[in-house]
Design a protein around this ligand. Structure first.
Ligand SMILES: [Zn+2]
Ligand SMILES: [Zn+2]
Length: 355
């Protein structure tokens, strides 16, 4: 499931005072990628999806062109972005699930989703859509968890479905039990933060909807009130935000163009204007957004003086941890949890955030 090159780092377990931690297994230069990995499970946020941020249902790749996204958000169908070649979006590869019409960026994503969890979660047309237990679960979640979104109940649904569909359910379960566990008090705090004052009744509502939609005998420990709360705390603590955007791909592409001074200046002015217009139209709500559970990244401890950062360089859920400065073999790798989403923004909006 989780894949990627992890040869530059190693996880050490059972360390005094910190449990798991990640260490460099060789020297890394500043700017170098320490490792890349895909999540064990991930899901787009539900309001983000409802607001038509089109993303691959599996890898969260942004499916719109930069121009299409700007037209939609600014409500200006005649808006034209120059240098369309800087935004390579190949919609000829898009496919959908033949049963429920969920859209994927490629047949590979559709097949992976189906074999890992979508066979269980697919809403075949037999039940009218609003009455489907999973549609009710999504609606309940949206009514409890308004934007800005930090989490999705569908992450729990995909965890359950992943274990259900696994050829070896016990090893699928083990993949989830590696994530850090919190004390009962911390669990209360996380549930409180995610679900608000009346979190006990919200949690109970979600648990009954999840149970109704997906109960599984061999996973009964996840469906008890205590087990469900722990599961909730697990995704609240370990869920890593994911943001993808064709616009930022296009801007990065534009940054790399070789242009004369005048042309560069007018392009930069245009990009700034696009960001201003988008800012007026939708504020910070620019990306396809979701969250996922990553095996190696979740072993990284937090530091405000981090030596590494999380990025999403491929416009999908592939996470990359990059050295912010030179890191010596044996040094602990730390990331700053607060800025994950900001680092992916282009230099234009980054400058704005810094201002
Ligand atoms: Zn995809
Ligand atoms: Zn389907």
């Amino acid at each position: 499931m989780a894949a990627g090159d992890s040869s530059g780092v190693e996880v050490r377990l059972n360390l005094p005072n910190k449990g798991r931690a990640l260490f460099a297994s060789r020297d890394h230069a500043e700017g170098e990628s320490l490792f890349e990995e895909t999540p064990i499970v991930s899901a787009q946020f539900l309001w983000n999806k409802l607001y038509k941020y089109a993303a691959c249902d599996h890898c969260l790749r942004s499916l719109e062109t930069a121009q299409g996204m700007c037209r939609r958000l600014t409500n200006n169908p005649s808006l034209e972005l120059p240098h369309p070649e800087c935004c390579p979006v190949d919609d000829s590869a898009y496919v959908s699930c033949p049963h429920c019409q969920k859209v994927y960026c490629s047949a590979t994503c559709r097949d992976r989703a189906w074999s890992q969890y979508h066979m269980t979660l697919c809403r075949r047309a037999s039940v009218s859509d609003d009455d489907h237990p999973l549609a009710k679960l999504e609606e309940a979640w949206r009514n409890i968890h308004y934007p800005p979104e930090t989490c999705s109940i569908m992450l729990i649904a995909r965890m359950i479905a992943t274990v259900k569909q696994a050829k070896d359910p016990s090893s699928a379960l083990a993949a989830f039990s590696q994530f850090c566990h919190t004390t009962v008090n911390e669990e209360e705090e996380i549930a409180h933060k995610l679900l608000g004052e009346t979190f006990q009744s919200h949690l109970e509502l979600l648990r009954s909807l999840v149970t109704g939609a997906l109960y599984e005998e061999q996973l009964q420990q996840w469906f008890t009130p205590e087990g469900f709360k722990s599961l909730f705390a697990l995704i609240g603590t370990n869920g890593q935000g994911i943001g993808t955007s064709s616009l930022s791909v296009w801007v990065k592409g534009c940054d790399l163009l070789t242009l004369g001074d005048e042309e560069r200046e007018s392009l930069d002015t245009l990009i700034d204007r696009v960001y201003d217009d988008l800012d007026k139209a939708c504020g910070q709500f620019l990306n396809c957004e979701g969250s996922g559970l990553y095996s190696l990244q979740s072993a990284c401890n937090h530091s405000c003086d981090a030596n590494a950062e999380v990025t999403f360089p491929h416009n999908d859920f592939t996470l990359c941890v990059k050295a912010l400065r030179a890191i010596k073999q044996g040094e602990e790798v730390c990331i700053c949890y607060l800025s994950e989403c900001d680092v992916e923004r282009s230099r234009h909006s980054r400058q704005k955030i810094l201002k």
